[in-house]
Write a protein that binds this ligand. Sequence first.
Ligand code: NAP
Length: 281
Amino acid sequence: MNNGRISITQETIGMGTWHMGDEAVKEQAEIEALRAGIDGGLVVIDTAEMYGEGASETLVGKAIAGYDRKNLYLISKVYPWHASKTALPQALDRTLARLGTDYVDLYLLHWPGDVPLAETVAAMETAKSTGKIRNWGVSNFDVADMQALMEVPNGEQCAANQVLYNLGARGIEYDLIPWHKEAKIPLIAYSPIAQGDSRGNHFRNDPLLKELAEAKEVSVFQLLLAWTIRSGQIIAIPQTSDAQHMSENIEAKEIQFSPEELAKIDTQFTPPTKKQPLDVI
Ligand SMILES: NC(=O)c1ccc[n+]([C@@H]2O[C@H](COP(=O)([O-])OP(=O)(O)OC[C@H]3O[C@@H](n4cnc5c(N)ncnc54)[C@H](OP(=O)(O)O)[C@@H]3O)[C@@H](O)[C@H]2O)c1
């Protein structure tokens, strides 16, 4: 806690919500999954005006109803084309109405766009002064984008950058993670378990990951999640609509890796040795 407020730097796992709220038939299970997360001690919930054009924010609003707002840390994101001084406050008000709250803890520019950064930062700072956001940040910003951000007035007020990071997308280890460490600006990892089975990826059947997971008596997905947060300095926001998966994801906080295990993983999922374009979804 920081001045009685939740600090994102003390959290290792939060809850993603992309694609949640899209289908009425799934709503109850999705609400139960998010509540299982909150009841299990998770406080960070990540959403965006983009997700289902507000449907995810509405779902989050339903899920958190009845909980003590000050014990939660809500993140939402503004479309780049709403990140101007006139559109941002309007988009924010819509987000707050859907979430059923009077502030978000962290408001992110979803990805770099055409509105000048200085204007977006000024709009974010104004929103901060009204109390409608506690902090602001960015998403899908690479090193050059962060450097440009630091050049605009109040750019250094940026409280976080949310980027893709998982075992299959390690490019940020080369330069973005070191940059953030130096700047002391937190990173939030999205798609930390590489979107599970939904993209037909190969992790579930990877022999090395299966062997490691079996030895630790965890699932490959738990292993992927634990790997993403292994430094203790990056918070990951896996998405699940399944209360059982939510419990498994919470348990993944406890999974530790030995240096030998990490080295073994590195031989197959090699760390970057040169600059790579920022991975995005
Ligand atoms: N800033 C951005 O541009 C950006 C982009 C992408 C995502 N995000 C944020 O990051 C969040 C997470 O990323 P993501 O949703 O793309 O991918 P993800 O969290 O890597 O994977 C989600 C998938 O994994 C499955 N899953 C989760 N836990 C599991 C478990 N323990 N066992 C088996 N399967 C499991 C889920 O299915 P079940 O429901 O069946 O568990 C779902 O299909 C998003 O929801 C969103 O909030 C941000």
